[in-house]
Design a protein around this ligand. Structure first.
Ligand code: PHE
Length: 344
């Protein structure tokens, strides 16, 4: 290799050394090895007398250029490392250590179920609606056909703020708010938080519900059954069987509860020898409350019960998620343990 080529190669060589040097001390070693009295530049220059006198000026000029560049590179890296050492001293942490890879988050199972259910109903033409969590007694109870002293108020352990303001115990007050602010026909789906004075292994003071409401001319119980069957099969699988049992809610008449065939044991009531823990051997699990909107509710929102009919339903989101994903413990939803959440 010619002396000129050897001189030029000093630049990439020094660059590599400078990147490796992580302290001012290592930097000094690199400087001595390259630019020092016995360094690589000096060793090349010591061979200058081997050249013919006519070749020497060109090599001498190249050596000066290279030396300037090498000195620049040294100064640059020195400034960088000095700044880094300052930062190290000031903050007590080593900014030259490799970083920790950020952990990718995932969506909460409650969110996943809400999104899935709202998607299904939006596909059927429903609009998503919402209402306040701190609610007036009027919307939570009175307009839903539960006047003061109505025994059905005891079905729900209410958290009161004042004697007329409370934490909503269900998403049904949004039925009243929606109907009061709009004219029929309408179809809404309402996800949201609800609150009850209840806390044990299977109850938390806050949980999520989804309310559905459809109002129009000639809306029928058959449509309620059809809609809820399609929806439940969408969430739990096409092979799911759905049945409706008579029930009671003050704001629907007639009222029903829907059961689905147990998605844990496939409706058999047992898995192998053991009685299914989830459906307790019956093969069915309760999944939602529903019914035809009571005429008294239409009257409190100013709709004419002779003109319109409607159906409504409400279900617990955590309950759906427990059945759908086979989660055994309700408390998992509220502990925010990253190992639990990462599974969805
Ligand atoms: N709001 C009722 C509950 O929380 C559920 C429901 C909603 C029932 C709509 C019928 C109609 O238990």
């Amino acid at each position: 290799m010619s002396l000129i080529a050897e001189l030029e190669k000093l630049i990439p060589d020094l660059r590599t050394e400078l990147i490796r040097a992580c302290s001012l001390q290592e930097l000094e070693q690199a400087r001595v090895a390259c630019l020092g009295r016995k360094g690589s530049l000096a060793r090349i220059m010591a061979r200058l007398p081997e050249l013919a006198p006519t070749e020497r000026p060109a090599v001498g000029q190249k050596a000066n250029e290279v030396k300037t560049r090498l000195t620049e590179l040294m100064e640059q890296r020195t400034a960088e490392l000095e700044a880094l050492e300052d930062a190290r001293r000031l903050s007590g942490f080593d900014a030259s250590l490799p970083g920790r890879a950020p952990r990718q988050g995932s969506r909460h199972p409650t969110t996943l179920v809400i999104e899935e259910i709202c998607d299904i109903f939006q596909g059927l033409g429903y609009e998503v609606a919402s209402g306040p969590e701190v609610e007036a007694d009027y919307y939570n109870f009175e307009a839903l056909n539960m006047p003061p002293e109505h025994p059905a108020r005891d079905m729900q352990d209410t958290l009161y703020i004042t004697d007329r303001i409370l934490m909503r115990t269900h998403t049904s007050p949004v039925q009243v708010r929606t109907m009061k602010s709009r004219k029929p026909p309408l179809a809404v789906i309402v996800p949201g938080k609800v609150y009850r004075r209840d806390s044990d292994l299977t109850h938390t003071p806050m949980f999520h519900q989804i309310e559905g409401l459809m109002v129009g001319r000639d809306v029928s119980m058959a449509q309620l059954r059809g809609t809820l069957t399609v929806f439940l099969r969408g969430v739990f699988g096409l092979e799911t069987r759905v049945r409706f049992r008579p029930s009671f809610f003050p704001f629907t008449e007639p009222s029903a509860e829907a059961d689905i065939s147990c998605c844990i044991c496939g409706g058999r009531g047992h898995s192998g020898e053991d009685v299914c823990r989830v459906c307790k051997g019956t093969g069915w699990v309760e999944i939602l409350g529903c019914g035809m909107v009571d005429p008294a509710v239409f009257e409190s929102v100013g709709y004419d019960p002779e003109e319109v009919t409607g159906f409504a339903f409400g279900l617990g989101v955590e309950r759906v998620a427990m059945l759908k994903y086979g989660i055994g413990d309700l408390r998992m939803f509220f502990e925010n343990d990253a190992r639990f959440l990462a599974q969805f």
